[in-house]
Design a protein around this ligand. Structure first.
Ligand SMILES: [Fe+2]
Length: 475
């Protein structure tokens, strides 16, 4: 490794400036980025301009898309919740009768529990005991609790309260599987409140004010902790007005790397036995008439493909009941900024494994983030647009929703738009709102968080509903 660093320093010196002994960062002129000398495989993380990357990334670090070893920050001061229960957040259960509540506290409760109440009278209907676990990575001092509430009616409003909280929160259970319409909100790369332009403040406020959606999807890079678990606490407190009201369904991104993703794996409780076994890294669920599958771009894709293929195959066979299929993950298959690794290396590597499955099982939408902007594709496969229309699309539409806002700011450095790229936006923070009207119409809006303006909109239209397609094929 030492020889590589020396050689690289010489070549870079010719175009930019020589690396100085003891200097943490080196410049790479061609891509306008810097990276850590001592951790070349993390160059993608260390670039001054977010997600620019070293042109020699692959040569030095091998194939992606899971390049960085799990980073561990230096010694951190103790942090954790003060009191609690706090940072409450809901997740869907395995069916509409089940909801999971997760929260943290500094103190142990005699019994970890939440109580379900009538939404109007607040009369307690049932109480549910949960589990408590300790978490100490990053010198975090506190307890994590999870309570599974079940036996509820679908599409019904309830209240609940947990342990010695004096607060009742109100939420609505998911509709019966197969029911449409449903409206959901989706973000990626949303971090805690901060003072810089492009932070997530406006998006968190907008999501809290928007009562039109029944579930929030977050496609990775959740809190931008930079390894400090107290930022998890800050972020989850800021999100609490949203996550106590609607299920918060997440997948893992590169900013969850710290301590082997343990903050992410410990704080969330996604539905199903697979999510429980792998601690939320890849899993799927049905919400109304939409099937959702989440995979991890931060882990070996090959070990997820057998599951993903089986899941999408099952979902595709169930279209008569659940007509729409959406996949979400953190890093995209398509992007067109000048981020060398993400858009020219990583995206192709992810696509080589995942895209055949999206095509084979006719996945309607692929949501991703990682790039801090918004970009919508035409229906596309293998880089080729099947039609510049969303009427009866013959391939998946890919959308980057990474412009929600975080302390790294927005990415607005675009290449000449490829043929597959329908539109992009890197100037305003925003979030997505997806309205699945019925089996044949899905309307997608990209909303600017500060103004509430719908900045982009498109509608997928099927001329024939999936169930009727099947009948027609038989004939
Ligand atoms: Fe990311």
């Amino acid at each position: 490794m030492a020889a590589i660093i020396t050689g690289l320093a010489i070549s870079l010196a010719a175009c930019c400036r020589a690396a100085v002994d003891g200097e943490t960062w080196m410049d790479n002129c061609e891509y306008g980025c810097t990276y850590r000398k001592g951790a070349l495989c993390q160059c993608n993380r260390g670039c001054v301009h977010y997600h620019d990357c070293c042109k020699d990334y692959e040569e030095k670090c091998g194939s992606g898309p899971s390049p960085a070893p799990s980073p561990t920050p230096g010694p951190l001061p103790p942090s954790g919740p003060k009191g609690g229960p706090e940072q409450l957040h809901l997740a869907l259960g395995e069916d509409p009768s089940v909801v999971t509540v997760s929260f943290v506290s500094s103190k142990a409760f005699p019994k970890c529990q939440c109580s379900l109440a009538d939404a109007q009278s607040k009369k307690i209907i049932a109480s549910f005991a949960g589990d408590t676990s300790q978490y100490t990575d990053g010198n975090w001092i506190g307890l994590m609790h999870v309570v599974r509430m079940d036996g509820m009616q679908a599409d019904t409003t309830y209240s609940y309260t947990c342990d010695d909280s004096k607060t009742f929160y109100t939420f609505r259970t998911a509709p019966v599987v197969g029911t449409l319409p449903v409206t959901i909100a989706a973000v990626a790369d949303l971090g805690e409140d901060c003072d810089r332009v492009g932070c997530g403040n406006a998006t968190i406020a907008a999501l809290a004010a928007d009562t039109s959606y029944s579930m929030l999807v977050h496609a990775g890079d959740l809190a931008y902790t930079h390894g400090h678990p107290m930022i998890w606490d800050n972020f989850m407190l800021e999100m609490q007005p949203i996550t106590t009201r609607v299920p918060y369904m997440v997948c893992v991104g590169n900013h969850e790397h710290y301590f082997n993703f343990s903050g992410y794996r410990s704080r969330f409780n996604m539905p199903g036995s697979l999510a429980k076994a792998n601690q939320n890294l890849w899993y799927s669920f049905d919400h109304g008439g939409v099937h959702w599958a989440a995979f991890s771009t931060e882990h070996d894709l090959e070990m997820q493909t057998a599951w993903l293929e089986m899941d999408l195959k099952t979902a595709d066979a169930n279209r008569a009941k659940v007509p729409w299929v959406v996949v979400f993950a953190h890093k995209p298959l398509y992007c067109s900024t000048n981020d060398y690794y993400d858009c020219r290396v990583g995206a192709e590597k992810i696509a080589s494994v995942i895209e055949p499955l999206l095509k084979k099982y006719k996945v309607d939408l692929m949501l991703a983030g990682h790039l801090h902007n918004y970009e919508r594709s035409w229906p596309v496969f293998g880089g080729n647009v099947t039609a510049k229309s969303y009427v009866d699309p013959q391939a998946t539409t890919h959308i980057i929703i990474g412009g929600a806002g975080d302390d790294e700011g927005l990415t607005d450095r675009w290449l000449t738009p490829p043929d597959w790229s329908a539109t992009h936006d890197g100037k305003d923070v925003g979030y997505a709102r997806l309205h699945f009207e019925n089996a044949t119409i899905m309307k997608f809006d990209y909303v600017h968080s500060a103004s509430g303006k719908v900045a982009d909109s498109f509608t997928i239209v099927r001329s024939v509903a999936p169930s009727m397609t099947k009948a027609k094929l038989v004939v």
